[in-house]
Design a protein around this ligand. Structure first.
Ligand code: ADP
Ligand code: MG
Length: 210
């Protein structure tokens, strides 16, 4: 398979307001400008069913932690099966805002579910699909750029967000071949340049190889 047809699955992770959506857009643009088909998507809520689940999870009332984990997993199973896998099979680049690592960080660590259970549930839901690279936009929660009304998870306290950040950093340290940790405190352009440089150094550049 030539490089231009090699499918690529990239995910962006990190807390709210670290710049995931902003960097996703710019990353997608990089690959599009290189002539690749790019699919930009998100979890939860990347499909019609997922949007309904997202609304229920983030803006509804109290949800039992196990019910919540299953709802995220249901969204993920449907999203990967109907949107992400078909795109990868066409040879597209999928740039996704949040994936299973968010479930592990949020539901596994900060609520009282077993981390291995949460990860296992996601892997079952997706038939074991892991990204080629996962970009962690790392920022101390105090510096998060939040605006507008907060959803249910965003309303959690500072300790919760600090715990989530530590979980992400721990996961990145445990699986360094998949994770790329980026300091997200710079300007939009600086952060994007760091992401592109890190991907290039792993042979995942949008530019054709010389
Ligand atoms: N590096 C940056 N410096 C300053 N503001 C930024 C930066 N990255 C994103 N923003 C702004 O911060 C807000 C949150 O960014 P966003 O990309 O939506 O974060 P997320 O998707 O991680 O919640 C947006 O208003 C965005 O324009
Ligand atoms: Mg966002």
């Amino acid at each position: 398979m030539t490089d231009s047809l090699r499918p690529l699955f990239l995910t962006l992770e990190g807390g709210d307001g670290v710049g995931k959506s902003t960097q996703q857009r710019l990353l997608a643009q990089w690959f599009r400008e290189a002539g690749r088909e790019v699919v930009e998507t998100r979890e939860p809520g990347g499909t019609v069913l997922g949007k309904e689940l997202r609304e229920l999870i983030l803006h509804g009332g109290y949800v039992d932690p196990r019910a919540e984990a299953l709802m995220f997993a249901a969204d993920r199973a449907h999203h990967i099966a109907t949107l992400v896998r078909p795109a990868l099979e066409r040879g597209a680049v999928v740039v996704q805002d949040r994936y299973l690592d968010s479930s592990v960080a949020y539901q596994g660590a900060a609520r009282d579910l077993d981390v291995d259970d949460v990860r296992g549930l996601s892997l079952w839901a997706t038939r074991g699909l892991l990204p080629d690279a996962t970009i962690l936009l790392d920022l101390e929660p105090e510096s998060a750029r939040l605006s507008g009304p907060k959803d249910r998870l965003e309303r959690e306290g500072g300790e919760f967000h600090a715990a989530v950040r530590m979980r992400f950093l721990d996961m990145a340290a445990q699986e360094p071949e998949r994770w790329i940790v980026i300091d997200a405190s710079g300007t939009v352009d600086e952060v994007q340049a760091a992401i592109r440089a890190a991907l290039s150094s792993r042979g995942l550049s949008a530019e054709p190889r010389p």
